[in-house]
Design a protein around this ligand. Structure first.
Ligand code: NI
Length: 202
């Protein structure tokens, strides 16, 4: 008897909630996760950011307006993908000569714990004199990676003294002078591919 009563009450509650969801405007929207829906109809890549450069200076996306940006997410302790991508970017810019002055290469770290401005400073200088290294708080890095739809994940690595390495996207984003996404390359794109790709816009 009691069990049946409880069942009736429970059933009533479920019905009530369902009816409420249907009747109250926007109730379903508020409960269903918004993630993913925001991308429908406008596949935006990139966006505002506020980070710290290799000189310890705070910079935002606005500071890069008027020039193209070649954005790469990586980290200084990366054993292979990052160095080869940065080498290819640097070689492509050198090959472009004067036209390359309209392009700013940017490395955004996905390892803000280890990649301090000081750590980035010597690293970026070893690739290209104009390569900008950006770091920030873990939250700021998370936000900029989300904006660029870049993926990164800390994974255990016994060989590393820090005990971890980071899996990450190896896309090289070409952003326009207005800050909008223009095109992309990858870490396996050749120097000539990048030169040809950039030449279309410069
Ligand atoms: Ni890497």
């Amino acid at each position: 008897m009691r069990a049946r009563l409880l069942l009736l009450i429970a059933g009533g509650l479920v019905l009530g909630v369902c009816a409420g969801l249907l009747l109250v405007p926007g109730a379903l929207d508020r409960i269903l996760p918004k993630a993913g829906l925001a991308s429908i109809g406008q596949a935006t890549v990139g966006g505002p950011f506020s980070l710290v450069d290799q000189d310890g200076k705070r910079v935002t996306d606005q500071d890069f307006r008027g020039r193209y940006m070649l954005v790469f997410f990586g980290f200084t302790y990366c054993p292979d993908v990052c160095p080869s991508a940065l080498q290819v970017i640097s070689a492509a810019l050198d090959k472009l000569g004067d036209k390359a002055s309209r392009v700013t290469p940017v490395l955004i770290t996905v390892d803000p714990e280890r990649d301090t401005p000081e750590q980035l400073k010597s690293y970026v200088a070893s690739f290209h004199p104009r390569l900008v290294g950006l770091t920030g708080t873990p939250q700021e890095i998370e936000a900029v990676a989300r904006a660029y739809r870049a993926y990164y994940r800390k994974v255990k690595d016994e060989r590393s003294t820090a005990g971890y390495t980071i899996d990450h996207t190896s896309i090289i984003y070409l952003m326009g002078p207005d800050g909008r996404f223009v095109s992309h390359f990858t870490h396996v794109s050749s120097v000539d591919t990048i030169v040809a790709g950039l030449s279309r816009y410069l």
